[in-house]
Design a protein around this ligand. Sequence first.
Ligand SMILES: NC(=O)c1ccc[n+]([C@@H]2O[C@H](COP(=O)([O-])OP(=O)(O)OC[C@H]3O[C@@H](n4cnc5c(N)ncnc54)[C@H](OP(=O)(O)O)[C@@H]3O)[C@@H](O)[C@H]2O)c1
Length: 247
Amino acid sequence: MSLQNKNVVITGGSQGIGLATAKQFIQQGANVWITGRNADNLQKAADEIGSAKLKTVVSDTSKFEGIAALEKAVAESGQKIDVLFLNAGVATFAPIEHVTEADFDLQFNTNVKGHFFTLQKLTPHLAEGASITFTSSGVATGSAIATAVYSATKAALNKIADVALNELAPRKIRVNIVSPGPIATPGLDSVAPPEAQAYLASTTALQRVGTADEIAGAVVFLASDAAGYINGADIAIDGGFIQYHLK
Ligand SMILES: NC(=O)c1ccc[n+]([C@@H]2O[C@H](COP(=O)([O-])OP(=O)(O)OC[C@H]3O[C@@H](n4cnc5c(N)ncnc54)[C@H](OP(=O)(O)O)[C@@H]3O)[C@@H](O)[C@H]2O)c1
């Protein structure tokens, strides 16, 4: 797929990985919708990108009304979606004993329910041969302390992606997952102070955290013709975890 004039929807696109991905798709000539809960943050992102090819939709993916607002914007455009990047996500970390119901609901409503129903509502608007990519995480297959809820949301998301692949195959729609390791974003800054980020960097073979652009590049590639036979992949973009590279 050449990305010129393709229609791309990115949930959680006002900062971090979603914003970096929006920029790269715009550079490729695509039309991009980005979503987020906060209108000011979306406006900042739009100002930064500065392209008429970018549109913003205030849409809280954890709520049905938010998903409906996104669906309405897409339906009113009269366009089919060529690329759907289901990326919005939140994380809070605490040992199981200290997790609150609010922590649990926020993460499951955003990271699982939100993606599931966004996928459901936008499926009728997907073009034949569209590319869907989910943002999961390396933690989906890990079991580090204090990550039970967040990890469980990402593991659930991976299963939804697996099933979607089979259900959407008759329409030649490809479904893939990107699983970032630690990536420098406002989201990471909000949960990991500098010393925690230094520790995370030390757990990677490359001894650094990644950049949002390094995830964006993979998502753009997955949407392109060059990835036309890549379907059902879960691409780890994590610098290589050190435990796989014994010193
Ligand atoms: N950074 C990492 O180290 C890392 C590692 C593994 C996986 N991930 C995953 O990568 C994705 C992006 O993370 P990031 O680090 O780029 O996060 P980020 O910097 O916090 O950005 C998150 C984006 O999602 C939006 N968002 C949050 N909740 C939303 C909701 N309910 N509805 C719509 N938009 C929402 C935010 O905008 P508003 O706040 O305005 O809504 C923002 O645009 C997430 O799924 C995260 O779990 C990140």
